[in-house]
Structure formats: C-alpha cells, structure tokens
Design a protein around this ligand. Structure first.
Ligand SMILES: [Zn+2]
Length: 364
C-alpha cells in the first residue's frame, strides 16, 4: 500500500508579482487569489510552493480585473509537473555530460535524500530532452558547415527504467555533444530503431561517418540495415561498466565485512570514550579520530571506479599509522587495546599501501 507523504515539516515558498503598484493608476496591488499551490521537488528538497495573484486595489480602475502574477513562479517547474527545472536540468547534466547511468543518478538523488523514483528520473530525462530538442534544429543549423565538412559520428543509447518497459532512446552527435533524436519506443525491435531513430538522422542530410552504441543486437542490426558499411564501435563506457561490475561487487562485500568488524570493535571503545573526562586532552584527540572513523564507515562507492571498500581500507590504514605515531609521542592509553585491523582484511588485501598522513599527523 502506498504511504501518504508527511507534509507537515515542508517549508513553504510564496510567489508574488514583482510589481507592487498598478501600472494603470499607481494604486497599491492587493492580494486577490491563490493561482496554484503544489508540492515541488527541487534540488533544495521538497517545497510547498504557493503562487499568489494580485490586482489593483482601486475598484474603479479600468484594469481592476487584471490579475498580476509572479513570473518567477512559472519558472519553478513545467506546467503539470511537480519536479523543479533545477532538478530536471541536473539529471539531464548527469546523464548526458557526466555520462551517469540510471542507477548512478538514482544513487546520487538518494544521497541528497530526494524522493525521485527510477520511473520519474526517466520521465525527467524525457522532459529535459524535449526542451533540448526544441532548440536543437537551430543548433544543428549553426553547425551546418562543420557537419558538411566532417560528417557526423553518432551515438545511440537506450535506457530502460525496469525490465520489459518502454525504452528511451537517444541519438547524439558524439563530437559536438548534440542531441539529434530522442524517442520513447515500446519495443527495441531493429525495424523500429531504423524507422524512428536512424531515418530522421539520415534525413538531416549529412554524411554519417561512424556509429557508437552498446553491444545490443537490435541496434547493431538496425545500423547494418540503415547505414550499411559504417564503422560501428562498442561504447567504452558501457564496456567499462560491465567489466567493472565483478570488481565493484567484490569491493562491496569487502566494505560490508570491514564495516561489520570495525563497528563490533568500536562499540566498547565508544562507550569508554563517552564516559571519559572532557578535561583530559586525550579525549579531544580521540573524539576527532572517532569522527573520522564514523565518516569513513559511512562513505559509499559508485560503479565502476569509486570503490568504497578499498577507500575505507586505505583510510583505516592511515588512521592506524597516525595512531601509532600518537602512541609513540605520548601513549593513547585505552585506544591501544581496541585498535587492531581485523585480521581477515590483512589476508584479503595485503598490499594496499601508499597511505600517508601529513606533517601535523592529522588525517584528511
Ligand atoms: Zn489601478
């Protein structure tokens, strides 16, 4: 069952027209009605936005019936949408300029605690592309000379929010990062890809020099039929993501084990630290270490390159080195007995090195 959203602690944002006086007679404007109110998810979180309409306060003014409204309010989100333009543009940026996958975007939004489902992300990408496309023919026109001279290298990418649902396909010119076609297809059949994606590209009238896509059979078949003889390369980002997955999975398992073991070792120490005297200079130092440790345990990875398990291991090593220095200088009495890296880690990843601490001995 769907749970109703808790709206009790959501901040309100009111929008009013920028003018405060009647342009006809100069009398002050007066609040007349609420034009709309809705909950909007923006990059700042969920907001309750309220757009207020104002009109002239003089009943006999010839423009007394005119309602003045905030232009800013109309720039918050698309009509009928409850997602802010800022969120839509950010998602579009992550997708097409940062080359993030749908999963990565979902993870990034979750980290910001924004309640946006995979389905909504895909819809927002669709909206983003629709706006982008509106300006696209003018953009293509400005690059006409370039395309006539160098032709186009096109990339084809299909994204599906869930298995078996419709897919959003995007065809882009890879050298200039320009979106040429964006279509939602209810099937990824080769003939549909040809007709709906490749035919419009061919209709632009420029030479297509090469194609990049993932290894999808239907895309390959469509390209062979519509653009025979063109070099067709597998996308390296897709290959890297696929190749990196087993390593990412192994790293996640390492991170889970490390977290569990460190947390188990941490508990008795945390209790001792919370009871330690605040006047003891060691307490402040150890509290800092504890903060760093807590932060390190919270960090998450991102496939394929950000490996949280290895990063955590390296951080723990740096902490250990730093603590040993501390102990040499002036013994940290009770930490000594608790601080040992779990033995299994040393057997799993024996050669992680390169960890350093700076001259002051602090961790960064
Ligand atoms: Zn007036």
């Amino acid at each position: 069952m769907r749970k109703a959203k808790d709206n009790s602690r959501i901040s309100k944002r009111y929008y009013r027209p920028s003018t405060t006086t009647c342009p006809q007679c100069g009398a002050p404007l007066r609040r007349r009605s609420t034009l709309w109110r809705k909950y909007v998810i923006t990059l700042d979180g969920r907001l309750h936005t309220i757009n207020l309409g104002y009109s002239c306060s003089r009943p006999r003014c010839s423009k007394a019936k005119v309602v003045y409204r905030s232009q800013e309010a109309d720039r918050v989100c698309l009509k009928g949408s409850s997602f802010g333009f800022d969120l839509m543009v950010q998602i579009g940026w992550w997708r097409f300029w940062d080359h993030r996958t749908l999963d990565e975007i979902a993870a990034l939004l979750q980290a910001k605690q924004l309640p946006v489902s995979r389905r909504h992300i895909l819809n927002l990408i669709g909206d983003f592309l629709a706006l982008l496309r509106a300006a696209q023919s003018a953009k293509i026109e400005t690059h006409r000379a370039y395309f006539q001279r160098h032709g186009m290298v096109i990339s084809i990418d299909g994204m599906e929010p869930d298995q078996g649902d419709e897919m959003l396909f995007i065809v882009r010119e890879a050298n200039l990062d320009l979106t040429l076609v964006a279509e939602t297809l209810y099937s990824s059949r080769a003939d549909l890809i040809s007709a709906r994606l490749l035919t419009p590209v061919k209709a632009l009238g420029f030479r297509v020099r090469a194609v990049i896509s993932d290894a999808d059979k239907n895309i390959r078949r469509a390209v062979t039929t519509s653009l025979p003889g063109r070099p067709h390369q597998a996308c390296q980002v897709h290959c890297l993501c696929e190749a990196g997955q087993p390593i990412f999975d192994a790293d996640r398992a390492l991170k889970t084990d490390l977290r569990r073991d460190i947390r188990a070792q941490w508990r008795p120490f945390g209790r001792q630290l919370s009871q330690a005297s605040a006047d003891d200079p060691q307490t402040a130092v150890l509290t800092d270490y504890a903060e760093v440790l807590r932060d390190a345990l919270r960090a998450d990875g991102l496939s394929p390159f950000e490996l949280a398990g290895l990063a955590l291991y390296a951080k723990l090593e740096r902490m250990e080195t730093s603590l040993r220095r501390c102990q040499k200088k002036r013994g940290t009495r009770f930490w000594r007995s608790y601080w040992t890296l779990p033995r299994f880690v040393t057997s799993i990843a024996p050669s992680i090195s390169g960890s350093t601490i700076n001259a002051t001995g602090s961790l960064n």
